[in-house]
Write a protein that binds this ligand. Structure first.
Ligand code: G3H
Ligand code: 13P
Ligand code: NA
Ligand code: ZN
Length: 328
């Protein structure tokens, strides 16, 4: 059944668990997420980026979600717009049946330039008013995702701020977070603690200097009732990097967000944990393995089925690690 982000995260807060939010672009990813959820009785957040909507088509995406809801009537499903960059993106998502939207006002609409605080408050408030009027939830973001290690906004995937950012842009300011939540009335708040999107987050296993879970704890202490969201939360498992590279891939050694750090976050108010890169890697490592070990294979299903199974297993692991399992 369809559920809003607010309903789901209120339940998660009450029962001390976190919910992974997995990105969807195609049928196989949807089937993988729901197979995992059904196998451990977990509620799900499925999110689509603007890129996903352009890739799959809004009508196709909406019908896929409808199909998943029909196939899995006992699993609560929240369909969320990931990184909406404008009011129009958020409102059209709601028209297509999304029960939740992210208005990412931390960057300007070009999704590259860090936005002013006033812009962020104004545009987020506007989306909250419109969304709440029709029963949809809103996630806002304060602080720019980016690398504390390199002192830069996101550049790896071309999504985010250009050039050097200061430490105070890369870590969400706790007092400003209080003001932001009070003014905008968002249902959930994404904060910056040193993570970035994509595979290349850290060049070493992160410690407190480059991944600041302290910021999460401080914000949670000041805002115990807001649901916190961690973006850029793929763990980029070593074994997936190795499988990928053993079959002709060339990912350079990299480190993601350790699951134990996310679990620490969940103890301090983190309720939504965004994961895309791990799912991509799980799938494409299988594409590589099949292509490499079965060079005569040309049936796409022989690639897509193992890829789906690998993504399902990864999703199931996260449901178990974050305490989502058993809460559907
Ligand atoms: O925000 C980043 C997510 O991983 C979505 O990525 O914009 O390439 O679909 P995308
Ligand atoms: P990853 O790239 O770490 O999977 O993060 C995804 C994300 O934050 C989507 O909004
Ligand atoms: Na999001
Ligand atoms: Zn994100």
């Amino acid at each position: 059944a369809r559920i809003t982000l607010r309903q789901l995260l209120d339940h998660a807060a009450e029962h001390d668990y976190g919910v992974p939010a997995f990105n969807i672009n195609n049928m196989e990813q949807g089937l993988a997420i729901l197979a995992a959820a059904a196998s451990v009785d977990a509620p799900v957040i499925i999110q689509a980026s603007r890129g996903a909507r352009a890739y799959a088509n809004d009508i196709m995406l909406a019908k896929m979600i409808e199909a998943l809801i029909e196939m899995y009537p006992d699993i609560p499903i929240c369909m969320h717009q990931d990184h909406g960059n404008s009011e129009a993106t958020c409102l059209t998502a709601i028209q297509y049946g999304f029960s939740s939207v992210m208005m990412d006002g931390s960057l300007e609409a070009d999704a590259k330039t860090p936005a002013s605080y006033d812009y962020n408050v104004a545009i987020t408030s506007k989306v909250v008013d419109a969304a709440h009027a029709v029963g949809a939830s809103v996630e806002g973001e304060l602080g720019v995702l980016g690398s504390l290690e390199h002192g830069s906004g996101e550049q790896e995937d071309g999504h985010g701020a250009e050039g050097k950012l200061s430490l105070d842009q890369l870590l969400t300011d706790p007092d400003q977070a209080v003001d932001f939540v009070t003014k905008t009335k968002v249902d959930a708040l994404a904060i910056a603690m040193g993570t970035s999107h994509g595979a290349y987050k850290f060049t070493r296993k992160p410690d407190g200097d480059i991944l600041s879970m302290r910021v999460v704890e401080t914000i949670h202490a000041k805002l115990p009732n807001i649901h916190l969201v961690m973006h850029g939360s793929s763990s980029v498992p070593q074994e997936l990097q190795e499988l990928f590279n053993a079959n002709g891939g060339a990912i350079r050694q990299t480190y993601g967000v350790p699951v134990e750090e996310i679990v620490r976050g969940i103890k301090h108010g983190v309720r939504k944990v965004n994961i895309d890169t791990d799912c991509r890697l799980a799938m494409t490592a299988e594409f590589r393995r099949i292509a490499h070990t079965q060079p005569a294979e040309f049936d796409p299903r022989k690639f897509l089925k193992p890829a789906m199974d690998a993504m399902r297993d990864l999703c199931r692991q996260r449901f178990e690690q974050f305490g989502t399992a058993g809460n559907a």
